[in-house]
Design a protein around this ligand. Sequence first.
Ligand SMILES: C[S@@+](CC[C@H](N)C(=O)[O-])C[C@H]1O[C@@H](n2cnc3c(N)ncnc32)[C@H](O)[C@@H]1O
Length: 274
Amino acid sequence: MPIDNVLKLYSESIRSPYLHYGFWDNPEAVDLENITLNEMVAAQGRYIEHLASFIPDDVKTILDVGAGIGGNSSYLLSKGYSVEALSPDEYQEGVFAEKYNGEVKFHRTKFEDFNPEKQYDLVLESESACYIQIEPGWQTAKETIRDGGYLLASDYFLHHNDGSGDWHIKASHDEKTYMEKAEEYGFKLIREYDQTDNTMPTLDGAKAFMERFIYPTIDFTSNYMNKNHPFVLKVIKKAFDKKVNDKIKQLSLMDSDEFRKYKRYMIFLFQKVN
Ligand SMILES: C[S@@+](CC[C@H](N)C(=O)[O-])C[C@H]1O[C@@H](n2cnc3c(N)ncnc32)[C@H](O)[C@@H]1O
């Protein structure tokens, strides 16, 4: 996998060291219409802080799988853990090289293809579990984690599939299958936390932002082009209509009610038991 341009765009525009949702301690008190970018980034910091509170006391070495652009690794280093990072993404490898100058070893590979040279106390999958194929992922986890070690996954999982092919269904793992395979590969669930309510303000805030700034801009540009350059607009529409429609359908991913209909955003702590 060379570069995930969506994640690259996200990291360059938001300018946050994280590529995950935020964690909101009091979701019901968030003023969605007026969330600022700084509050979004602060909530992302709170996400790793809360997630790290699930790391058991006997953990010293961590493999940060799907490490993104290093925010989580930095947090874990600051807490005294020995950290290595893994991602198939070339851009992220460059960010790590620049940020850590070799202090954090970076393995550029998909987790499913990883051949570990050693075993770790804990594998962290922070919003990366859904990118990793279920069965090969558990197989690699078995080889990568020491006996009695842990896999800490924080991600959204499908609890309902109505067969509609909705974008929410395409972009996540079926929770029941994930659990069955965990057990099959020798992992026992020892803690879980449903953080759906705590994470949804990120989605609602992003949707409010789109409705306030992005849609009116698209509308303005389209009206302007229609009035001043109708032929160019026609050509653009012909070339991009399907792609634009697909993107617009994907925007349903920002609807938290749709999210809840299909998914829950979970923290799962597994222990390797055999
Ligand atoms: C949404 S980002 C999360 C990044 C980071 N963990 C965080 O919490 O900010 C998903 C990450 O998973 C990585 N990824 C995608 N496919 C992967 C795979 N097969 N194995 C490991 N990582 C993968 C992406 O490149 C990216 O780093």
